[in-house]
Design a protein around this ligand. Structure first.
Ligand code: DC
Length: 220
């Protein structure tokens, strides 16, 4: 069997990260959360007090990125997500990060059966050759509620309306940028998770993946 290659895309908070982690465990796949690359560039720029609109600064930071930069716990902060969304519209930054992502996808560790990458443009730009492409979506209201719950669980007080507004702004920026806007690949399998729990989402994805890779080894 050729190595498995799974591309997962979708807007912020739709559940693509959770799905990618579950699939990675289930099928023994190397996993790359590609949002972390954009977040790492955003975080470094925030730390250096760089202007997020300064394209040349963003390119310099992207070129200096090291694997260790993806391990910083501050990457998950809201402000970093926003900064990431800004610099993600810079074409040159995307090209630099594209090389990193393709290298990851084509350098398979010997103990893995394949790769799964999640992001915004994996199926259309990073790995258009991936035999399995999943687009995970959910309504902005459901995504805002999930995010609110997550923040409450971390003990962070937040306002639903502010989160919803933030999600809508981020969606609009991701979907309307010129460079690789967020949109499903024409051959993507679309899962709307608005009314589903994670087990149902994973089950649906598995039925789709198993049809493409019937011989894949799978944890029970
Ligand atoms: O998935 P995330 O919230 O960690 O992503 C942060 C930002 O990075 C998101 O607003 C858009 C950008 N991004 C992108 O443009 N392409 C990707 N493949 C992944 C993320």
């Amino acid at each position: 069997m050729s190595p498995m290659m799974i591309a997962i895309d979708g807007p912020a908070g739709a559940g693509k990260g959770t799905l990618a982690r579950r699939l990675a465990r289930l099928y023994h796949l190397a996993h790359l959360d590609t949002g972390l690359l954009y977040r790492a560039v955003g975080l470094k720029m925030l730390e250096k007090d760089d202007d997020l609109a300064d394209k040349e600064a963003a390119v310099r930071v992207a070129l200096s990125l090291k694997a260790n930069d993806l391990k910083n716990s501050a990457l998950r902060d809201e402000a970093v997500g926003n900064a990431a969304s800004h610099i993600a519209s810079v074409k040159e930054v995307r090209e630099i990060l594209l090389t990193f992502q393709r290298h990851f996808a084509h350098t398979l560790p010997t103990d893995k059966q394949g790769v799964v990458l999640d992001g915004r443009d994996i199926g259309r730009v990073v790995l258009p050759e991936a035999p399995c492409k999943i687009y995970v979506t959910a309504s902005p209201e459901v995504r805002a509620e999930r995010r609110l719950k997550e923040l409450h669980e971390k003990g962070i007080d937040s306002i639903y309306e502010a989160i919803l507004e933030d999600i809508k702004v981020r969606d609009a920026r991701d979907q309307t940028r010129k460079a690789s806007p967020l949109c499903p690949a024409p051959d993507a399998y679309i899962i709307d998770t608005s009314e589903m729990g994670i087990s149902e989402v994973v089950n649906k994805a598995c039925v789709y993946i198993d049809a493409t890779y019937p011989k894949a080894y799978k944890h029970s």
